[in-house]
Design a protein around this ligand. Sequence first.
Ligand SMILES: [Fe+2]
Ligand SMILES: [Fe+2]
Length: 159
Amino acid sequence: MKFTDEALKYLNLGISGEIAAYVFYKKAAAILKDKALQDSVLSIAGEEKKHFLALEDVYDQNVRSEMWAPYKDILNKPGLPDIDELVQDTHKELLARIAKLSSKRDVLEMGLTLEKEAVALYGDASAKASHPEVKKVFDFLIGIETGHVRMFEKELSAL
Ligand SMILES: [Fe+2]
Ligand SMILES: [Fe+2]
C-alpha cells in the first residue's frame, strides 16, 4: 500500500530527529564526566541509530529515494560511527546548540527537550497514521522515547 504524503512527512521528520538525537548523544558523552552517565547516553545513541535505520527502512520501502543513503551507509556500520561531516549543513542549529553546552545540567536539559520533542512528534504521527505498519513503528518509538524522557527527568531531579 502506498503511504500518504502525511505519513512520509512524519517518517522524514522522525529520521531527521533520530539523526539529531544520535549526534547529540555522541557529543553529550564527550562533555559528561560521569562515567555511568556517559555509558547511558552512549547506549541511547545506539538506540537512536536503530530508530534511524528502522524509519529509513519503512521510508525506503515506499519511496525510491537516495535522500538518506549517505547516512544509511555509515549508520549501518557497527558501533557508533561518526556522521559529523554529513550533518554540518542539515543540522546547523543543533550543532550550534550543542557547542554552547558546558554543565551536566545543560546536557541533561537538552536531552530532555529533544526526547520530549520526539515523543510529541511520534504522538502526532501515530494519531494521523492510517497505515497499520507505519502506526506500529511510531507507537513503538513513543514507548522508547518516553523511557528516555524518564531517564533525563530522573537524572535532573538527582542534581
Ligand atoms: Fe529515537
Ligand atoms: Fe530518544
